[in-house]
Design a protein around this ligand. Structure first.
Ligand code: KG4
Ligand code: ZN
Length: 344
């Protein structure tokens, strides 16, 4: 007998995207709706927390209704509600979690609070309902998780099994993109702006230094950022035009080389079968190209729309908890800081 499929409504509001999605069996996306606040925060050059939570409140109901409608489903067609519990901005998380609780209570459905980083990892399992099924990632795998708030190397020996190998000791990779974009007068968010500027530049124009760390699996990007700052200051002091494209391309090449080399070293060291690259920075074209062309490992990188924050990844991760019989009581709280290692 075919096992009953499980459909989960995911809700994500940890930062500046309000999102809802319906995903079946942790893999098949029936809908994924994202309301971005990027334009609202761009004038501040970063996310303004108070504004973010108020914006979530304004749009969350519509986003969820749209996700259900686009999946041709109603609450009674669902098996659970999943919501990002952390890490993220407390005031923003509360909006998603309270909405999810109200829905779970009304529809008498189990609720599952999901770690946002775990969600990013599970974005590698997702594909659209109307597209060809993707190959499922094979364990043991090394996951490189690079977003605005995190840069982590994780060893997964099975589902929901996370061994934190290392992470950034200062700026996250996405944060470095955002900060360097700001000092080059490029718009927020920095990743896409740097990528665009870099397309016109020479990645070998500047040889920015790479951090040497005693811990093999840790990252550091603040030295690279400072080197860019010094270069820009020196050029300005000599009254020359700042070669934005060359600096952007050289910076991007430095970040990509560091991320790629460490991930490959970890894959070899821990005898990984495959690799996952996920999180907002995995939308970066140069990073994707490096992982697609410079290694024989099978590398799973989510579709661009699933790299940055979305709710499909939250519903996807929740499936693996649900089939283990894991759900939360209705009184659980948000967890603004919540390391992935403490999830399982
Ligand atoms: O995963 P995400 O949407 O949110 C967090 O969980 O932080 O990641 C956002 C980060 C931002 O720092 C943004 O600049 C970066 O991802 N990002 C990129 C690109 N698109 C987004 N970085 C490099 N290249 C991109 N194309
Ligand atoms: Zn994220």
């Amino acid at each position: 007998m075919k096992k009953k499929s499980l459909r989960i409504l995911g809700i994500e509001s940890s930062c500046d995207e309000t999102a809802a999605a319906v995903v079946e069996d942790g893999r098949v996306i029936h809908s994924s709706v994202i309301a971005s606040q990027v334009d609202l925060h761009a004038k501040f050059g970063g996310v303004y927390p108070e504004l973010a939570s108020r914006e979530h409140i304004k749009v969350i109901d519509t986003v969820i209704q749209d996700a259900l409608q686009q999946a041709y489903m109603q609450l009674r067609d669902l098996d659970a509600i999943a919501v990002t519990r952390g890490p993220g901005l407390a005031g923003s998380l509360v909006v998603g979690v309270n909405t999810a609780k109200a829905m779970a209570m009304t529809a008498n459905l189990p609720i599952i609070g999901i770690n946002h980083l775990e969600g990013h990892l599970y974005s590698a399992w997702l594909y659209e309902a109307d597209s060809k099924p993707l190959m499922e990632p094979k364990f043991p795998l090394i996951a490189l998780l690079v977003s605005g708030g995190h840069s982590e190397l994780v060893l997964m020996r099975g589902h929901l099994n996370y061994q934190h190998l290392g992470g950034t000791i200062d700026d996250a990779a996405g944060e470095a993109f955002d900060k360097v974009a700001r000092l080059l007068n490029l718009t927020y968010p920095g990743g896409p702006s740097i990528q665009k500027a870099a397309a016109e530049g020479n990645p070998s124009a500047y040889n920015f230094p790479k951090a040497r760390l005693s811990e093999p699996w840790n990252f550091s990007f603040s030295g690279l950022k400072t080197a860019v700052l010094r270069t820009v200051e020196e050029i300005k002091a000599s009254n020359k035009d700042v070669p934005v494209a060359d600096i952007a391309a050289s910076f991007q090449a430095g970040v990509v080389a560091t991320l790629f080399d460490k991930t490959m070293d970890a894959a070899r060291e821990f005898k990984a079968a495959e690799i996952i690259v996920a999180g907002g920075v995995s939308a970066n074209k140069a990073l994707r190209e490096a992982f697609c062309s410079q290694t024989k490992y099978k590398v799973h990188i989510p579709a661009i729309s699933l790299c940055t924050d979305n709710a499909a990844m939250i519903a996807g991760a929740a499936y693996y908890h649900l089939i283990e019989g894991q759900a939360d009581e209705l009184n659980f709280d948000v967890q603004p800081t919540w390391p992935l290692a403490e999830v399982a």
